[in-house]
Ligand binder design. Structure first.
Ligand SMILES: *Cc1c(COP(=O)(O)O)cnc(C)c1O
Length: 469
């Protein structure tokens, strides 16, 4: 064996061992930061070290210092795993080490992304004419979409924001829901709109934007306007009523952007599609591949209904850019210059799952979420706070009678116990001013047995925290 082949085989063996044991290990990280530093930190060597040893050391540290987010019982944040075929495709991406920005630099990367983009639009019921960009995550997908929105709404009033910037530009009325995801505010800040110079629209008890309030807010307005909606609230999984919002925004001449980081995938299922009804009428959408599609990090996808605006907003001419007539240059649709061929794992996952596979993956996570909610709500101290319409379960806890702690302190105690127990992993969130537990089910490998085991571990932690009082 050559040194290279030995090294790659060694890494593959480590990866296999890691994935073979992911179901049974403690789901949280098993060591502290200090222990990891002890394993990995050393003075930077003057001379390079043995390659095999480096791979072994990383693998050993990875065994204990990672969280089992690749496994079936990691329910923290909104986190997907990675389908084996997507991981394998990602290894090829690293082996090829292509710069995916221009067709001329990697015909393969450009063509695979073009094919994957077409499949995504088909699967999600989006018009074939829409533009697609492969970015690092929903954060950058929203950023890219809103760069395009900024370009277009200002161009509509005769302002060239790429040339003249925002100083002295016509004011843009930016409207978001009062529970918009943090990444929307970050994107708007990076775009010069300011994180607080926005109008927030009231939501209902499930975190859905109220269309009647939006209508009032947009009444009589004129000039550039951007409305940011969302499908898939991180706490409740609920979706804004796009079918009502889009016509209201249209009458105002607004650009409608939708954060669909995970919720957009409901469009792949006939039984969930009603949640995103109206999505074909919006101007741009952000979503993730690394959540519900279960491809490796980092994978976000931006869609726009305005391919020319998308390109105009992002394209800078430079003498070294070489466009290939008739071919799609990936860089035209993303803010990146050099980047990895991150459309390749998306291609592999879609081909491996097929339409039915994506549909079943999405539906299974949603039925697992209902199963989890049903198992938890039988306990007298548990309140399921959301309508479980998608893959998110939001749980409130009631301290036992006589417990001096308030609900937040009790919940923190229970969550610390769940995390320490290691059967499953989940975190807290704030919902209507209170601490709540958020459970998100996004992993391709989660089974009903995983749900039952996890529900039992959660309820046991509630009981142990209550006994302490
Ligand atoms: C996860 C998430 C994001 C951010 O996505 P990244 O891929 O982490 O950038 C944005 N919005 C919603 C609703 C999310 O769930």
């Amino acid at each position: 064996m050559t040194a290279r082949s030995e090294l790659l085989t060694r890494a593959a063996r480590h990866a296999e061992r890691y994935l073979d044991t992911i179901h049974e290990r403690s789901v949280g990280a098993m060591v502290s930061g200090d222990e990891l530093r002890r394993l990995l930190r050393r003075p930077l060597a003057e001379d390079g070290e043995d390659n095999g040893q480096i791979v072994d050391d990383l693998a050993q540290a990875g065994q204990v210092g990672t969280t089992a987010s690749q496994g079936p019982r990691y329910f923290g944040f909104v986190t997907g795993g990675s389908l084996p075929v997507a991981t394998a495709a990602d290894w090829l991406v690293s082996a090829w080490d292509q710069n995916a920005q221009m067709y001329v630099m990697s015909p393969l990367a450009a063509v695979v992304e073009e094919i994957a983009a077409g499949w995504l639009k088909d699967l999600l019921g989006l018009p074939a004419t829409w533009s697609v960009g492969f970015v690092t995550g929903a954060q950058m997908a929203s950023f890219t979409a809103l760069v395009t929105a900024r370009h277009q709404v200002l161009r509509d009033v005769g302002w060239d924001v790429e040339r003249d910037g925002l100083f002295g530009a016509p004011s843009v009325d930016v409207v978001v829901s009062d529970v918009a995801h943090r990444t929307i505010f970050t994107a708007l800040r990076m775009l010069g709109f300011g994180g607080e110079r926005l109008r927030r629209i009231e939501t209902d008890g499930q975190g859905r934007m109220r269309a009647d309030r939006l209508e009032e807010a947009l009444q009589g307005g004129s000039g550039p306007c951007i409305v940011c909606a969302q499908v898939g609230n991180v706490n409740t999984g609920s979706a804004d009523p796009l079918a009502d919002i889009v016509p209201i925004a249209r009458r105002r001449g607004a650009w409608v952007h939708v954060d669909g980081a995970f919720g957009l995938w409901a469009a792949a299922s006939p039984s969930l599609r009603h949640l995103v009804a109206g999505i074909q009428g919006v101007d741009s959408i952000a979503t993730d591949g690394h959540k519900w599609l279960n491809v490796p990090y980092d994978s976000g996808i931006v869609f726009t209904a305005h391919p020319e605006a998308h390109e105009r907003a992002l394209t800078m001419q430079a003498h070294y850019i070489q466009r290939t007539p008739g071919e799609r240059d990936p860089r035209a649709f993303t803010p990146d210059e050099s980047r990895r061929a991150r459309g390749v794992p998306v291609y592999a996952a879609l081909r491996a799952l097929g339409r039915r596979g994506v549909r079943e993956l999405v539906e299974r996570c949603c039925s697992d979420a209902r199963r989890m909610a049903d198992a938890l709500r039988r306990h007298p101290q548990v309140r399921v706070l959301n309508e479980v319409v998608m893959n998110q379960v939001l749980v409130g806890l009631v301290p036992p009678a006589g417990d001096p702690r308030d609900q937040d302190a009790f919940t923190q105690d229970v969550v610390a116990r769940i995390q320490a127990d290691g059967t499953c992993w989940l975190g807290t969130t704030q919902w209507q001013g209170r601490c709540a537990i958020r459970i998100s089910i996004c992993n391709w490998s989660t089974t009903e047995e995983d749900i039952d085991r996890s529900a039992a571990a959660i309820l046991a932690a509630v009981d142990r925290a209550s006994a302490k009082a």
